[in-house]
Design a protein around this ligand. Structure first.
Ligand code: GLU
Length: 472
């Protein structure tokens, strides 16, 4: 049987990084198994719908290169499939459950349910529906339905254990007594998540449900639904939670949580995919940089971990820096140019300036900050830098450097290394005492972008002028 996975978000806001990881795992697994990955928008809860959420969803997936397929038997229609357009199917299926006695109308008012909850809390007994309407006869139920509001509930077994296998959690046991008579259809006639999700997973021929751990307690309801419908349940894998650095649940209060926030800050889609893919699964070994194809090749659904995974922004910064560093030059220059903001850089030499900072960026947002060294006067050297300038050897280095630069027609990145080698041979000064004073002499700073590019950016005259400005 060919594998079908799905990403089934509810359009209730911008895509969360945890959701994106879910999408990614479903996508990677489907691609690895040469199966299909479908996108289903679970939008039956009209109250929670947020304007623009679907657009955000599609744009986040597109920017991260996660492409979805047409489901089995839907060759021309790639979706996304919207649950709000499938109400007829849910109504038909819930009617089947009612006819078989697996579901019943519940006429309890919200006041009664609130009262019940209050009592249960006072008595410190588990909260949940007490089954009052379970025993209403079908005749009475049909009659009352003509005039009264109702919801439809699932008649959950009340005894014993629900035992099932989860690919991540292995053998899971949940007592039926802990499972509520789930509402399947709300009083507005729309299905709840639980009904629509199971019906769709069946008709969309989903073979593997890969989703967040928060859905684990819902599995018994779903399995019971599959049983009542006489359908085979898909395999399930519940992914570990994403955590803040202090191991609390990842939250907005401690940093950004939307994929869009990270894209806006200049994280690359490849780095985000790489980073998210390793939150909850690890191929082992030291390498941490994986292209999408390598992830697809290495992924092992059986090795997803149970323990929560820390969303470590420092690590993401490092990884993103690696991606920028190794990025194809043309692609890099094109992208980096988008991040200049108001910075005024000599257009002719912009590419050299951008190349100079390529290896020192964590995100593209750093571009204007790192380029500042090119746009203004060199900074006044700080104490440590001054000390370097005062070394006897610095005099020799500066003199030799200026002489050699003066002899050239032009000054290019590649010339710089050659000159420095010559300066080293001529003066006998090596290592830090050779390189650092030149950097300080040219920029006023101890650290900074790659010196060869700075040298080319400044040009012959400016190189000599800056170096000679130190009256040594
Ligand atoms: N609509 C659910 C969500 O927003 C889907 C959960 C599932 O994958 O079954 O997370």
């Amino acid at each position: 049987m060919s594998v079908v996975t799905r990403f089934a978000p509810s359009p209730t806001g911008n895509v969360h990084v945890g959701s994106q990881r879910t999408a990614l795992y479903n996508y990677i697994f489907a691609r690895q198994q040469k199966g299909k990955f479908i996108l289903r928008v679970e939008d039956t809860d009209q109250n929670r719908y947020i304007e623009g959420a679907v657009e955000n969803l599609l744009s986040s997936l597109e920017q991260l290169g996660i492409e979805f397929d047409a489901g089995p038997g839907k060759e021309d229609d790639k979706g996304p499939y919207f649950q709000s357009e499938r109400n007829e199917i849910y109504n038909r299926e819930v009617q089947r459950l009612m006819d078989q006695g697996h579901a019943y109308r519940c006429f309890c008012t919200s006041e009664r349910l609130d009262e019940l909850r209050k009592e249960q809390m006072e008595k410190q007994t588990p909260t949940g529906y007490d089954g009052k309407c379970r025993s209403i006869s079908s005749e009475e139920s049909d009659e009352r339905a003509k005039t009264e509001k109702f919801v439809i509930r699932l008649k959950i077994p009340k005894e014993g254990l629900c035992e099932f296998k989860d690919i991540v959690r292995r053998d899971v046991k949940i007592a039926w007594s802990q499972v509520d008579d789930q509402i399947l259809v709300k009083s507005d006639g729309y299905p709840t998540y639980h009904l629509a999700n199971v019906v769709d997973d069946h008709y969309m021929e989903v073979t593997h449900v890969i989703r967040g751990e928060e859905w684990l307690p819902s599995v018994p309801k779903h399995l019971f639904l599959y049983e009542c419908f006489g359908w085979e349940a898909p395999q399930m894998a519940h992914l570990p939670l994403l955590l803040n650095a202090d191991r609390s649940k990842l939250s907005k209060r401690q940093g950004d949580v939307a994929v869009e926030d990270y894209l806006k800050k200049g994280y690359t889609p490849d780095a985000l995919n790489n980073f998210l893919a390793l939150l909850g699964w690890n191929p082992g070994g030291k390498n941490e940089i994986y292209t999408m194809d390598e992830l697809i090749e290495a992924f092992d659904i059986n090795k997803i971990t149970k323990a929560g995974a820390v969303f470590d922004v420092q690590k993401l910064n490092w990884m993103n820096g690696q991606y920028i560093k190794n990025m194809d030059v043309e692609k890099y220059l094109k992208e980096a140019r988008k991040w200049l903001g108001d910075l005024k850089v000599n257009e002719d030499k912009l590419d050299i300036a951008l190349m100079a900072v390529k290896t020192s960026l964590s995100t593209f947002q750093d571009v204007p900050v790192k380029l500042a060294v090119f746009t203004g006067e060199p900074s006044a050297p700080e104490a440590e830098a001054k000390e370097m300038l005062e070394l006897e050897s610095t005099k020799l280095v500066f003199k030799a450097y200026a002489e050699k630069v003066a002899k050239l027609d032009d000054l290019k990145v590649d010339d710089f290394k050659v000159i420095m080698k010559e300066v080293q041979i001529e003066t006998g000064v090596k290592g830090k005492n050779l390189w650092m004073p030149v950097r300080i002499g040219l920029t006023g700073e101890i650290h900074g972008p790659e010196l060869g590019y700075i040298v080319e950016y400044l040009g012959k005259e400016e190189n000599i002028k800056r170096i000679m400005s130190y009256k040594l």
